[in-house]
Structures are given as C-alpha cells and as structure tokens.
Design a protein around this ligand. Structure first.
Ligand SMILES: N[C@@H](CCC[C@H](N)C(=O)O)C(=O)O
Length: 295
C-alpha cells in the first residue's frame, strides 16, 4: 500500500510548524529528514515539527499514558529535539480538536518537559488558545550570562521555561542586528539556548525579538515570551493585575502571571494547510517508516 503520512501546517503568531499525525509512532524522523521537511524551498517549510503520537504507543511518553492521551514530539528545524514549545503546543491542540481526535475544552498534553494543560474553546481552524506553562525557573548557578552580537554585549538571565532561554533587556531591538547567526552566549549553556532580546515599553508591555536554538530568528516564541515575562516580573516592575502583553514581529502574545508565579500563555493558533506526505521523493527521503509500518 502507498505510504501516507498526514500533515497539517499551522502557526502561532507566525511561528510555524508542520504537524505530523502519527498516532502509532511509526515515522522514524531523522535530523536530515526533519531539515528536509522544514526547508522552505525543497520541503514544506517550518520552524519546527510537531509529531502527534499517542502516549501509550510512544516509548518516550508511555509514563504519561493514563494522564494524557497525546504526546507532542517537538523537533527544531535543524533536527534537534526540543523539550517544550509554547506556540507549538497551542497549534497541536488546534490540530487535535479541529480534526476531531479530541474534543475541545481543557486538554492535558504530554511534552518532554512534562504535562501541560491547554484550554481551547472550539473545533475551529483558527482562534486563541491558552496553555498553562507552569512556573519558569531561574537556575542560581547559570543565571548570570552575557549575550553578544558583534561588538555589543548585554547581561542576560538564564530562564528555564521548560526549555532553556537567555533573556537580555535592550534599549533598542535593532541593536540585536540581523540575527542571521546565533548570538554568542557566555558561559555557553551546554544544552544550547534560545536568546530573547526584550524591550520594556511599559510595566506589563514588552517587545521581543528571538533567536531560537535549532532554528534561527523566528517571528515569535511562546516559551521565549514566558521567559521574557518571568525576567521582567522578577525586576519588580510589574503590572498590578499580572497581565503582560508581548509584541513579537509575528504577532502579540498575552501572558498572565498568577500570584503563585505560574504563567498562562494565550495567543493565536491557526491551521492553514492539510495534506499528505505520500510516495513522493519528499516522503521517501524524509520519513523512514519504522518496521511494521505500511509501505
Ligand atoms: N518556538 C517555540 C520554542 C521551540 C523550541 C526551541 N527552539 C528550543 O530549542 O528550545 C515556542 O513557541 O516556545
């Protein structure tokens, strides 16, 4: 039988993803395959891949079976693994509800960073989705970093938002330059790091540019927006209601910081294209089926 793997294209504030629906954990994605699929000329094009796998079929997510039905296997465009993706998990929830794999409401999804709950109101292909991100953490021995681009340097704070971030406050986002190359971060976190350049426009209102680990500059980053808010909140310049607005080049995200320090991220999650990777060169070179798979 012809091998087929359904895909959906979606984005959150312009941060775009290829969703591969693979409930039985059959697609063996290699880093080369992922880069190929994410290539904007020879593949489909995306900042990353979200593979939807049933927890009870995935050796990596089996421990969550019973508490979550679906596992988000997130990969960066360069093929590297990511623990968590704040925009991606909201797009994945849209995919699962729009394609009737799960009813809307409050969903619990498994990620490499643990379980996350998502609130999604309907089965529409577009609209706002919220995710409860937990409490970002500051690691005492890693928090004092320096971020440099060209001859400019800024002090930065290490923030764990489920994945690693370095947040630098800047007077002007243009000072970060073209961000074609990754900013230098010292000391360099061994696991790599996503870098946020953040301008405080007012208490509760931030503007951000982001260079994502494993991707490059992206139009927005959900975990990055939470890391930026956590760093801003820590300075004590806080909005009275804990509501933050984060403007990124691709759109605006809203983050509520609850009195217990937990962050809830809300923003657009939009599905744009449905298709199939079929018996094409793209499928053949990109997705090696695990043994037992059709085709
Ligand atoms: N775009 C994402 C973050 C994706 C993961 C990141 N590139 C990493 O390697 O940690 C988001 O919206 O959070």
């Amino acid at each position: 039988m012809t091998p087929q793997l359904p895909f959906t294209k979606g984005n959150g504030a312009g941060n775009d993803f290829l969703v591969l629906h693979d409930p039985d954990d059959r697609a063996a994605l290699t880093p080369a395959a992922i880069s190929h699929l994410c290539d904007r000329r020879t593949g489909i094009g995306a900042d990353g891949i979200l593979r939807a796998v049933l927890c009870d079929r995935s050796p990596e997510a089996l421990r969550y079976a019973g508490r979550a039905t679906w596992f988000m296997d997130y990969r960066n465009a360069d093929g590297s693994l990511g623990e968590m993706c704040g925009n991606g998990i909201r797009v994945l929830a849209r995919h699962l509800t729009h394609h009737r794999h799960i009813p809307p409401g409050r969903l619990t999804l498994a990620t490499r960073a643990g379980l996350r709950t998502v609130d999604i109101a309907d089965t529409a292909p577009a609209g706002e989705v919220s995710v409860h991100m937990g409490r970002p953490r500051f690691a005492p021995d890693e928090e004092a970093l320096t971020v440099s681009v060209g001859r400019r340097s800024w002090p930065a704070l290490y923030v764990d938002a489920g994945n690693p971030h370095a947040v630098a406050f800047v007077d002007d986002l243009d000072h970060a330059g073209s961000l074609v190359s990754p900013p230098a971060v010292t000391p360099s976190p061994p696991q790599g790091v996503t870098v946020e350049f953040v301008r405080v426009l007012a208490p509760g209102h931030l503007a951000l540019r982001v260079h994502e680990r494993g991707v490059g500059e992206t139009p927005a980053c959900g975990t990055g927006a939470c890391a930026a808010v956590a760093a801003a909140h820590r300075t004590g310049v806080r909005p009275p209601d804990g509501m933050y607005r984060v403007d990124a080049p691709g759109g605006t995200l809203h983050i509520r910081v609850a009195p217990d320090g937990t962050h809830t991220l809300t923003g657009p999650a939009v599905l744009t294209v449905d298709g199939f990777l079929t018996a094409s060169p793209l499928y053949a070179t990109a997705v090696a089926a695990r043994s037992g798979a059709e085709g």
